[in-house]
Design a protein around this ligand. Structure first.
Ligand code: COA
Length: 422
């Protein structure tokens, strides 16, 4: 005897509209009670929906990406009568269900099958906890390919790491050369050494961290340094600010730097490009990113078409974008499409730093604090305002000579801004 029954999302506490991130069965699969059917992932937790009874999956009522809450119909399952022998999934989920136990029904062990018919094609869900599935997903590992060494073939954290290492070694041995084969991250109980406090990373840091790490690892960075004599430019900037005081416009050195960088990109187009396979995508537009420090971390808003804008317009747009960044009000489009980035720590201090290229851009300018310094003019030292600059670049796209020329050109423009007209 078999009955067709509906499977709904059981009690999931206060969570609502939780995305389905993984479907672990397909129509025709035979499941036992508590076998995982699908995985849901909220901001705070990953949960599996277990089969509340044994049977054959007839129809799936949701797809990956669907949002579900308690009571949402997720599957139709033809329940198998307890007296009927069941061809079961080999890897048995031994854990208690992660959702409300009240939703699970207990099924007595099936009677042995004396002469088994050829088994139907069945899906073998990996035997792993939701947190481990999440860990594997973060590493880009297909959990179904990992060999579990725990009790009843249960997959452990070490199994996932061994799987990753084997693949990396294989890539390296095969001549791929892409495996880093890094040591595992040190696991230290810091509390053994003194008082500690744990603080979760902000959402922004969780997003920017992996991007920075990828760029640092994947891009062969080199950084060049130079200094610009900005004495005359600073005098001009102060004059402009005095003239525009009533309009409430304040021009900082960064607005001039953006304009000068646009002009330099125009002279050295390979710096306004992105690397795609064996091709350079050269851009004919000039969208300039600038790093803005916010209480939650770093963001890089983009000033579009900076070549078509004057310094005053760039300054006021930059002030509005920086305000938006600090208030967390930037739109995704405010941070997209950048060609080149400038990271200025000039308002804070320091003599120089090596910024990380903001992929898929190929270079980034770092700006430190301008200081008065004695410069030799051929006959005597005289006091000049000197701005330290650093240029990090992707050595797959440009080389040291080009980077040296790029920076030299920029320094020349900042030393005499009239050159921008040439
Ligand atoms: N040398 C000396 N002084 C400088 C300077 C420089 N290179 N750049 C700016 N200043 C001065 C400004 O003139 C201003 O002085 P004032 O108040 O006397 O007029 C002061 O420093 C503050 O400038 P700021 O408000 O920071 O303006 P800005 O246009 O230079 O920078 C932002 C705007 C948004 C970029 C900046 O506020 C910011 O967030 N910087 C941090 C970027 C960052 O985190 N980079 C690192 C990424 S890893």
């Amino acid at each position: 005897m078999s009955t067709t029954r509906e499977v709904t999302v059981p009690d999931v506490g206060d969570f609502k509209n939780i995305p389905v991130i993984e479907i672990l069965v397909k129509p025709g699969d035979v499941v036992k009670v508590d076998d995982p059917l699908m995985t849901l992932e909220s901001d705070k937790a990953t949960m599996e929906v277990p089969a509340p009874f044994a049977g054959t999956v007839k129809e799936l009522m949701v797809a990956i990406g669907a949002k579900v809450s308690e009571g949402t119909l997720i599957a139709i399952v033809e329940e198998i009568d307890e007296a009927t022998p069941v061809v079961t999934v080999e890897k048995v989920i031994a854990e208690p269900p992660l959702l409300s136990p009240a939703t699970s029904q207990v099924l007595s062990a099936p009677a042995p099958v004396p002469t088994p018919a050829p088994p139907p094609e069945i899906h073998l869900p990996a035997h792993a906890s939701p947190s481990l599935r999440r860990f594997a997903r973060e590493l880009g590992v297909d959990i179904d390919r990992v060999i579990g060494t725990g009790p009843k073939g249960r997959i452990q954290r070490e199994d996932v790491l061994v799987h990753v290492k084997q693949h990396m070694r294989h890539d390296t041995e095969a001549g791929g050369g892409t495996g880093l084969d890094l040591l595992p991250w040190p696991q230290i109980d810091f509390a053994k050494f003194g008082d500690v406090e744990r603080m979760p990373l902000s959402r922004l840091r969780k997003i920017s961290g992996p991007n920075l790490a990828r760029n640092w690892v994947m891009i062969p960075h080199v950084t060049n340094f130079d200094e610009a004599d900005v004495t005359d430019l600073e005098t001009f900037r102060l004059t402009v600010n005095k003239e525009n005081a009533d309009a409430g416009i304040k021009v900082t050195m960064l607005a001039f730097l953006i304009k000068a960088a646009v002009s330099t990109l125009n002279a050295f187009p390979e710096f306004n490009s992105s690397l795609e396979g064996e091709e350079l995508v050269l851009k004919r537009y000039y969208h300039m990113g600038f790093a803005a420090d916010t209480p939650n971390g770093l963001v890089v808003p983009v000033i579009r078409d900076a070549d078509k804008k004057g310094v005053l317009e760039i300054a006021s747009e930059m002030a509005a974008l920086a305000r938006g960044a600090r208030d967390g009000k930037l739109k995704a489009t405010d941070m997209q499409g950048g060609c080149f980035s400038i990271s200025s720590l000039g308002g804070i201090g320091g003599t120089g730093f090596t910024p990380i290229v903001n992929a898929p851009e190929v270079a980034i300018l770092g700006v430190a604090k301008a200081e008065m310094k004695p410069l030799w003019n051929g006959t005597e030292f005289h006091p000049r305002l000197v701005l330290p600059l650093s240029l990090s670049w992707d050595h797959r796209v440009v080389d040291g000579a080009a980077a040296g020329r790029f920076l030299h050109h920029l320094v020349g423009l900042l030393g005499d801004f009239r050159r921008i007209l040439l």
